[in-house]
Ligand binder design. Structure first.
Ligand SMILES: Nc1ncnc2c1ncn2[C@@H]1O[C@H](COP(=O)(O)OP(=O)(O)OP(=O)(O)O)[C@@H](O)[C@H]1O
Ligand SMILES: [Mg+2]
Length: 175
């Protein structure tokens, strides 16, 4: 299975989805969250933070480009969640690759049992890892709180286990 799609009816469900994914994450993984403003990327990351026992709550890093929070992986190993929001980088223009590099994320990623979760940074974040899980958020024109969330793996392991727990909690999912 390489792709799955889930529909969430409110922000609590999107958070829950992040929480359900958390046991399948390991150091070196890169999650690339894509979708329009207000789609639920940060909400989803908050669920990841809960599942990974983040020492501080996840908040939107919009003004800082990246925030690092100490976490604990499922096997008990301590690590770091590096939450990147490249929206301002993009909005500012200039050489986003160079600015991204200057943040030093690559070094933090390598040295710290880290997991990177990137909002708005697909192209600049991609070189960081060859274990990528793309999470695409779509809004619905008619139903304000409905989101469809699709997961696509590129070298990411663990999607099958995740699929099973999603099925157990959400009952069923699309495709
Ligand atoms: N099903 C849903 N899933 C997630 N959020 C929802 C849902 N329904 C409504 N919402 C609301 O949509 C908003 C999602 O905001 P969030 O900050 O998570 O989006 P984002 O994708 O990170 O946006 P940005 O690109 O600005 O960072 C919240 O206000 C949340 O309460
Ligand atoms: Mg956000």
């Amino acid at each position: 299975m390489e792709k799955m799609k889930v529909e969430t009816k409110n922000s609590g469900e999107t958070k829950e989805l992040g929480k359900l994914l958390s046991p399948f994450l390991s150091p070196g993984d890169l999650l690339i969250l894509r979708g329009p403003l207000g789609a639920g990327k940060t909400t989803f990351t908050q669920g990841l933070g809960e599942g990974l026992k983040a020492e501080r709550p996840i908040i939107s890093p919009t003004f800082t480009l990246a925030r690092e929070v100490k976490i604990q992986f499922k096997d008990g190993k301590k690590g770091l969640l590096i939450h990147v929001d490249a929206w301002r980088l993009k909005a500012r223009g200039g050489d986003i690759f160079e600015e991204f590099e200057a943040l030093g994320i690559e070094d933090d990623f390598e040295g710290n049992n880290a997991l990177v979760v990137a909002e708005w940074g697909d192209k600049i974040a991609e070189p960081l890892s060859d274990r990528i899980l793309y999470v695409d958020f779509e809004r619905n024109m008619e139903r304000e709180n409905l989101r469809s969330v699709s997961f696509t793996s590129k070298g990411f392991k663990g999607l099958e286990g995740f699929e099973k727990s999603v099925e157990a909690v959400f009952g069923s999912f699309v495709s």
